[in-house]
Design a protein around this ligand. Structure first.
Ligand SMILES: Cc1cc2nc3c(=O)[nH]c(=O)nc-3n(C[C@H](O)[C@H](O)[C@H](O)COP(=O)(O)O)c2cc1C
Length: 417
């Protein structure tokens, strides 16, 4: 059992950035996005704020939340509310984890370490991506809470085996195995921007970097500027700077459910399968013995034309039938979105861009700000739905569940179906 994520928000004195937010409060995630767009170099901002191909699924992930309606209840005692819950059996101060995101250390210098610290202080899990800038060891050495590690399976199984062992040695308390990215969906902007890490010194990049002094100063002050989980650990990696070329070269397109069992056995701990979107994938997912799955379309970055995550969620909850934990990500930009995902049957949620925007806007304080915004929105919205305990949230708080919600709470009126 992990000691992870039980602390409530930090009582540390405010840093310069926290003071910035105190003086000029961000009132919603959109405020953080606008600030991040100003402060983060174009290629890395675009890398975060984009989806694959037409970006149709990316847009649907956020837009489809609007179709889920909440029931407004009145005259209910609202005192003593709690957002505390568990995700894969681990205590969380609210059911919102930080999703694994590649190149987080390019949104802000040492981004993974800063985000992990903000998550620990807020009492929620942080998930480190295989494609992170800061390595597993960097994060473990610079934080005092266990975090989760996300694994991509690559052709070099010796390397993957060692990566799993490194996550174990660092005390990671869950392994998130991503199944929806063995080949890469194209993001037009990344190609047009010549995305690389560190950025190549082209005239275009230098002009853009000249407008981002804060980011540049941060980068000059760190040695962490490439994929440090990979560099020096994987053999035959020729061009680490080119993410797409490297993915084509290294990611294993032959991955099947048998490999998932190999990962499970090698890891031996809590396993979460990420990227499930179709009910027909539930039986093999259950057969792996994993503790949980994440309903996810990779933030609209892979199969363009796939349903939004919130549209896909009810059918997955139905197919799972309580036999494993169902977690959720995709399009969450507010506490209301979290509440809707919980009402449609998710036990917990992950946020990707919502925390990346905070990180780009203001480093650790920006991630804290993002989590604070979502926490407050979740708390107030839950109360207005007439509930005081987040673990009690279910289909009864939905005025009208789209996509045929399977969340048939006991005594739920017909209007909730
Ligand atoms: C910039 C960026 C990088 C990502 N990198 C990874 C990754 O390395 N591994 C992974 O499993 N998912 C990755 N994802 C997907 C996220 O884990 C998550 O599924 C997605 O961001 C959720 O959607 P949201 O950003 O709308 O919250 C990435 C997403 C973004 C935006």
């Amino acid at each position: 059992m992990s000691v992870h994520a039980t602390r409530m928000p930090s009582s540390r004195p405010p840093s310069g950035m926290s003071r910035f937010f105190a003086a000029k409060p961000a009132t919603c995630i959109e405020d953080l996005r606008v600030l991040a767009e100003k402060r983060v170099p174009r290629m890395f901002y675009d890398y975060a704020d984009s989806g694959s191909y037409t970006e149709g699924t990316y847009r649907a992930n956020t837009a489809d939340f609007a179709a889920v309606k909440l029931r407004q209840r009145v005259a209910v005692d609202m005192r003593n509310r709690t957002l505390a819950s568990t995700m894969v059996g681990q205590p969380v101060s609210m059911p919102v984890a930080l999703a694994p995101t590649g190149l987080t250390g390019m949104q802000h210098a040492d981004g993974e370490i800063l985000a992990a610290r903000a998550a620990a202080a807020a009492g929620v899990p942080f998930t480190l991506s295989t494609m992170s800038i800061c390595s597993i060891e960097d994060v473990a050495e610079n934080t005092d809470r266990p975090f989760w590690f996300q694994l991509y399976v690559m052709r070099d199984r010796d390397f993957i085996g060692r990566l799993i062992d490194r996550a174990k040695a660092a005390g990671c308390s869950a392994l998130v195995l991503t199944l929806d990215l063995q080949i890469l969906g194209q993001r037009h902007k990344d190609i047009k921007n010549g995305l690389s890490t560190p950025p190549k010194p082209t005239v275009r990049n230098l002009i853009n970097l000249a407008t981002k002094p804060r980011w540049c100063m941060g980068m000059l002050g760190t040695k962490r500027r490439t994929f440090r989980n990979i560099a020096g650990h994987a053999q035959g990696v020729t061009d680490l700077s080119s993410l797409s070329a490297w993915t084509v070269e290294q990611f294993d397109p032959t991955l099947t459910w048998d490999d998932v069992k190999w990962v499970r056995d090698r890891w031996g701990g809590t396993l979460i399968l990420k990227g499930i979107l179709d009910p027909e994938d539930i039986p093999p997912a259950l057969a792996t013995g994993a503790e949980a799955l994440i309903v996810s379309n990779h933030g609209g970055r892979q199969l363009d034309g796939a349903p939004s995550s919130i549209e896909a969620l009810p059918a997955i909850v139905d197919a799972v039938g309580g036999r494993m934990e169902v977690l959720f990500d995709g399009g969450i930009r507010s506490g209301q979105d979290v509440l809707k995902a919980l009402a449609l049957g998710a036990k917990g949620t992950f946020i990707g861009r919502a925390f990346l925007y905070g990180l780009g806007a203001g480093g650790e304080a920006g991630v804290t700000e993002a989590l604070t915004i979502i926490r407050k929105e979740l708390d107030v919205s839950m109360a207005m739905c007439g509930l005081r305990d987040v673990t009690q949230v279910d289909g009864r708080i939905l005025a009208r569940a789209p996509y045929g919600s399977p969340v048939k709470a006991a005594g739920a009126p017909d209007s909730t179906r």
